[in-house]
Design a protein around this ligand. Structure first.
Ligand code: NAD
Length: 263
């Protein structure tokens, strides 16, 4: 039986990709979309409704997929908490604030929930490789600089993926990222402190997404990198996650679970 999906952020770049791919796939059924703006004439969605009118759509789906904006998540999940109980939720929106994170944690008590800053197989593999490299290379002998590049429309910086990579380094080193995080170096003089994990964000044109983790030692450098060249990659990964998550027990899941990565 087809997995029935509703997409929040249906009128956006990712929402468009998700809708077109889901329409072209037999094992998924596109119930409808959620967005504050009007349904474009060429929309792949049979209907697009604002969140406050979306209860009936949500009651008719197996999985809600959200690629919208951080400010939208908490109100969507809280306003429809009862309807969403027992249905799966996939969240790809990045730059999540505390209100969004707390609403997601509450939703995970009633639904199977998967949050991923990046749905590509390659980036999730890169996260695991980065964790292992950080563990193997140690905390102080190698300076870690994370460089990311994205299109000029992107709202958050550094990207959610860059932060996830930073967290993977911190995990591998056994320390919280917040203790050693550095954003850019403008106005920061003096020698680079050992153990710092630094982020640098480039923005321009229509770059889909590039990430590079540099481990810079005194006499050698290790660089792990990923380049995305088509945003359909993220939509395909999110739909794969939706198929995998449908019908699972409540709780929090990761793309590593979906892809069978990890130790
Ligand atoms: P976009 O600006 O093209 O689309 C955003 C969508 O959300 C639109 O439909 C818009 O109407 C809706 N929206 C915006 N603000 C809203 C609000 N307050 N209430 C309700 N709906 C609202 O953005 P995009 O490029 O499609 O990206 C959407 C999100 O997905 C961003 O957070 C982006 O960083 C993230 N993203 C994640 C991945 C991943 O793999 N996890 C990949 C690409 C993009």
């Amino acid at each position: 039986m087809a997995v029935r999906i509703v997409v929040s952020g249906a009128t956006g770049r990712m929402g468009g990709q998700l809708g077109r791919l889901a329409r072209a796939t037999d094992d998924l059924e596109l119930v409808g979309g959620i967005a504050p703006d009007q349904r474009p004439v060429d929309s792949p969605y049979p209907t697009v409704l604002p969140a406050e009118s979306a209860a009936a759509l949500l009651a008719d789906c197996d999985v809600l997929i959200d690629f919208s904006a951080p400010a939208h998540i908490a109100s969507l999940l809280r306003a429809h908490a009862e309807t969403l109980a027992g249905r799966a939720i996939v969240i790809g929106t990045t730059g999540l604030d505390d209100a969004a994170r707390s609403a997601i944690d509450d939703a995970a008590a009633r639904s199977a929930v998967l949050v991923a800053a990046n749905f590509s197989v390659g980036v999730n593999l890169l996260l695991e490789l980065t964790r292992r490299a950080a563990r193997a290379l140690g905390s102080t002998g190698y300076d870690v600089e994370i460089v990311e590049a994205h299109h000029r429309h992107k709202a958050d910086a550094p990207s959610g993926t860059a932060l996830a990579l930073g967290r993977a380094v911190a995990d591998g080193r056994g320390i919280p990222l917040e203790q050693v995080r550095r954003d850019g170096r403008t106005g920061v003089g003096g020698e680079r402190p050992r153990g710092e994990i630094a982020f640098h964000a480039l923005r321009g044109g229509e770059i889909v997404g590039e990430h590079e983790v540099r481990f810079i030692g005194a006499s050698e450098r290790v660089t792990l990198a990923h380049v995305a060249s088509d945003r359909a990659l993220f939509a395909e990964g999110a739909l794969r996650a939706a198929r995998w998550l449908a019908g699972r027990d409540s709780g929090s899941y990761t793309m590593s679970d979906v892809l069978g990565l990890g130790d």
